[in-house]
Structures are given as structure tokens and as C-alpha cells.
Design a binder for this molecule. Structure first.
Ligand code: MN
Length: 511
């Protein structure tokens, strides 16, 4: 009987929700034993379109509910508007989590208070008449309270009530109980913690890497994109939350929080995208040293999104690239700054390469239009650079005789098997700040022996060595015949790459 009654009362609750999408409870059965104990009350902080507090009282086998727009107050002179909402199942009283975008009540729900309530008169009558008086035995809300229905205008759909604290030893005219308690009564989590940890996000996977090529490939079968100079990032998005992984699988969500927030706003229940996070320099080009400055100063970043690996929880890596990009463009929509869809041109790769190089850009990435997405380095993605760029490991430095200059140049190497092979020194491209930062890192890493397998004698005479775990991005004109960088310029440190991954990339001819 009670069960059938609850069933009827919960009709509206059920019609409003799609239980294949939301994790809110679909269960109306009263929790075991509740009959014998006092009825429960619960307050849920709900960050929906507008932040509000849902106030719920157990009655008739369901939770009678009100949305308190400003939240409860302990001050008896504060009458808080409480809009009556549909009855909720008893199991909702333990719900905490995130209701996905596009669903009814989308947003994060926190269990803010719970306990028992004691009605003063018959609640059935009170609900009809529009006045309930009761005592709350919660952890944050205690003492006497009342809910009073306001006389509505004829034909008004919403039932407006007022939630009022009675004057007693639990009332208070000072302070704000809502600001005093900002964490969950159940899990001690903040709203942000709940929204991020509650969602099952797509997992990191090894990104696809391009092979260095000497020339741009010909033919309509290749799509050409700009080569961006920033941090590679995989972005996982689901149900209003996002996570950002580096190419090595480190979680850098906090570091790129603005990008993550923008991604979290995308209407999807499980997407994994591939992208490059960048900053623009004064010329409007993406530039690695600008990115580092922006990261240090908190300046805004942008993110070029160029591939789609998972869509609505499904792996789409086996679809051809042009189809993945079509879906990606649709998902990003027209305006999702700072996320930018990375546009491409079909065919004419060498022409595009030439014009971009003469305009001072870094290069292009040419991708086979019909290729699937594959982890690791492949030849279906080719990078064709305008200038040479190479990551190299810092293994030491040459001291400077100039006053105030901590070093004259850095000594660089790359791995061949297990051996760190010396690749030359670079003394240009440092500003004062960077020099000091590097000098401090060198002091921490100082060591007596050379980390290189071999160092030319004239350099070894003066060299100071460091533990080789810093990776520098170097721009240079060419490798000399004995394998040293010529006219090298330091562009920045790469925190997203491990020193042991650093090998010299050799160009190959595209076919
Ligand atoms: Mn609500």
C-alpha cells in the first residue's frame, strides 16, 4: 500500500529524468527500518542553473521537497523563499554527485546536512493547509523551524513557501551557516571535488606522433595542419568534468585549469580529444617561450584541438581522420574559446609549407586523410619544419667570466641507446630570469663526473656537470658533420618530456 502510494507520488520525479544518463536514484523503496525510526530530513546543496539548497522532509514514503533559493538561515528575521518541487524517492537522501549536462537539474549535488525531523502537528494536514512546524535534529540545522505557504496568484504553477527559523537556543542573528559549512556532511568534499571525482573520465592513452620529414607530401590524400609550438595535451571530458593529460600521461588539469573548465562545458558524456596548448606571441604565432611566460604569469592560453579518440564513451580511433575531424568540429561548435578547432587543408601540402615558412611559422603537420589514429610514432603523420628544432638534455654548462652572468653556455646531449652523446653547446636565447632559474637548478644538480659518454677535451677542461634530467628545446640551423648543433638558440625547458626519451630526430622522405 505504502509502496504503491510512493509509486504514484514519484511519477513526476521519474518523468523528468532519464536514468540511462543520470546517476540519481531510480529507487522508491523506503530504506529498511525507516518505519520505526523518526522520519529523516536532508539538505542538498545543488549547483544547477542557479545555486540553491534542496530541503527535503520524509513523509508518505517519499521526500517532500522544496528548493530554497538562498538556502536556510539561522536568523529568525530572515524568511527564505522555498519553492515546492516534486517528491523525491527516499534513496535520494543519500545522493551526492553530478547530474550530467542536458539532464534535468544538471549540476553538482552535495549532501549539506541530514538528520531526523519531528513534526509538531499532522504533516499531511500541514502540507494541505500550508503550514508545517517542526524540530530538526541535524548536524548543522537544529531546533524549531516552520514552512509556510504564501498565498499564490490564481493560476500560478509554482507553490511558494517560506522557510523560517524559530527564535530558540539554535537561532543566530550573526554569521552565515551556509558560509560556515562548505563541505559535504557525508564525504567532506567541496563542490569542485565532487564534480571532478564523481565522473568516469576517458583514460589517458599514448598519443600518435609524427615522423620528421624533409619535404611536404603531395596529393589530395594528405590533410595539412599548422604545426603548433606548445604542450601536447589529451583532454578527457565527461558530464561536466574534464581532465588534461600530458603526452606522458601526467595529470596537468590544475595547471591548465581554464582550458579544463572550457572543455568541461562541452555537451558530451565521454570524449577524449588530442590537442596542443599554446600561447601566442606578439606576431600572433604560437611560440613555446611565450607559452612558458604565460604559464608563469597566469596569462590566458589557447588550445588547438585536432583529433577525436573517444566520442560518447566509444572508441572512434579506427574511423578515418577526415571523419574524426568532422565529428570533432561539430562537437566544438562555432564558439568554444579557448578551445579552437584545428582546421586543415586537403592537398597542396608543399605550397602551404612554403608560404607558412616564408611567413615565419614553424612548419606543418601533414596527415593521411583516411588513416586511423594509432599510438606512437607513425608515418601517416609527417612533420615538415621550417627551421630545425630538437629537444636536448642538459648535462652541464661552461662557466662565464662576465660578472653577473651565471654561465656562458649549456652543454647538451641526446641518447643513443643508454649513452648520452654530446651534441654541442648553446649560449643564446636566455633572458636574465631564465639564466637565474637555470643556475639555481644547476646548483641542485651539480655532480663531479660527466654524464656524457664523450666530451671534446677543450670543453671538458672548463665544464661543470649536472644530473642530466632537464630537457631543453633548441632551435638551430643544422647539425654539423660531426653531429653538433650549429647556431643553437635556447627556446625553453620541456617539463612534459622525460630526459631518457630524448633522441635525435632524423628526417625521412615522404612518399
Ligand atoms: Mn535542486
Amino acid at each position: 500500500m505504502a509502496r504503491r502510494q510512493a509509486e504514484t507520488l514519484l511519477k513526476e520525479y521519474r518523468t523528468k529524468r532519464d536514468f540511462s544518463k543520470t546517476r540519481e536514484p531510480d529507487d522508491h523503496r523506503p530504506a529498511r527500518g525507516t518505519k520505526k525510526t523518526a522520519p529523516v530530513f536532508v539538505v542538498q546543496k545543488h549547483d544547477a542553473t542557479r545555486l540553491h539548497y534542496d530541503f527535503r522532509l520524509e513523509w508518505d514514503g517519499v521526500l517532500k521537497s522544496w528548493a530554497v533559493t538562498k538556502g536556510p538561515s539561522l536568523d529568525p528575521s530572515e524568511n527564505r523563499l522555498a519553492v515546492r518541487t516534486e517528491d523525491h524517492p527516499l534513496s535520494y537522501g543519500s545522493f551526492e554527485g553530478t547530474i550530467p549536462k542536458g539532464q534535468y537539474g544538471a549540476g553538482t549535488v552535495m549532501l549539506w546536512d541530514k538528520g531526523h525531523w519531528e513534526p509538531e502537528d499532522d504533516p499531511g494536514q500541514g502540507l494541505k493547509k500550508g503550514k508545517l512546524t517542526f524540530t530538526l535534529h541535524g548536524e548543522r540545522l537544529k531546533g524549531k523551524w516552520s514552512l509556510v505557504r504564501m498565498s499564490g496568484k490564481p493560476g500560478e504553477k509554482r507553490e511558494n513557501w517560506l522557510l523560517i527559523k524559530a527564535d530558540d537556543e539554535h537561532s543566530s542573528r550573526r554569521g552565515d551557516v551556509l558560509r560556515k559549512y562548505t563541505k559535504s556532511i557525508e564525504s567532506s568534499r567541496t563542490m569542485r571535488k565532487i564534480s571532478v571525482s564523481d565522473v568516469e573520465l576517458p583514460k589517458w592513452r599514448e598519443p600518435q606522433l609524427a615522423t620528421l620529414a624533409d619535404a611536404a607530401p603531395d596529393g589530395e590524400g594528405w590533410l595539412t595542419e599548422m604545426k603548433y609550438d606548445g604542450y601536447r595535451a589529451l583532454i578527457a571530458v565527461a558530464a561536466g568534468a574534464a581532465r588534461i593529460y600530458t603526452r606522458n600521461g601526467q595529470d596537468w588539469t590544475e595547471r591548465f585549469s581554464e582550458i579544463a573548465e572550457a572543455a568541461a562545458g562541452l555537451p558530451t558524456s565521454g570524449t577524449l580529444m588530442d590537442s596542443e596548448i599554446v600561447a601566442f606571441n606578439a606576431d600572433g604565432k604560437t611560440d613555446f617561450s611565450s607559452l612558458q611566460k604565460a604559464l608563469n604569469s597566469g596569462r590566458a592560453l589557447s588550445c588547438f584541438v585536432f583529433d577525436l579518440l573517444e566520442e560518447e564513451g566509444e572508441d572512434v580511433t579506427s574511423l578515418p581522420l577526415h571523419e574524426r575531424k568532422r565529428r570533432l568540429e561539430k562537437l566544438l561548435g562555432g564558439e568554444s574559446e579557448p578551445l579552437i578547432f584545428s582546421a586543415h587543408v586537403a592537398g597542396n601540402a608543399s605550397e602551404i609549407h612554403r608560404s607558412l615558412c616564408s611567413a615565419g611559422y614553424e612548419g606543418i603537420i601533414a596527415k593521411r586523410a583516411n588513416s586511423s589514429y594509432r599510438s606512437g610514432r607513425t608515418k601517416s603523420w609527417l612533420k615538415v619544419k621550417c627551421t630545425n628544432r630538437q629537444e636536448l638534455v642538459i648535462g652541464g654548462y661552461s662557466p662565464s667570466d662576465k660578472r653577473g652572468r651565471p654561465f656562458a653556455s649549456i652543454l647538451l646531449g641526446a641518447y643513443e641507446g643508454n649513452a648520452l652523446i654530446y651534441k654541442g653547446r648553446v649560449g643564446a636565447g636566455f633572458d636574465e630570469d631564465m639564466m637565474e632559474k637555470l643556475a639555481a637548478s644547476f646548483r641542485k644538480r651539480a655532480r663531479k663526473t660527466a654524464p656524457f659518454a664523450d666530451v671534446p677535451r677543450d670543453i671538458a677542461r672548463q665544464a661543470r656537470y649536472v644530473t642530466p634530467d632537464l630537457v631543453a628545446e633548441i632551435e638551430f640551423t643544422e647539425f654539423t658533420s660531426d653531429g653538433m648543433v650549429r647556431h643553437g638558440v635556447f627556446k625553453g625547458l620541456r617539463h612534459d618530456k622525460g630526459a631518457r626519451e630524448v633522441v635525435v630526430e632524423r628526417g625521412s622522405k615522404a612518399r
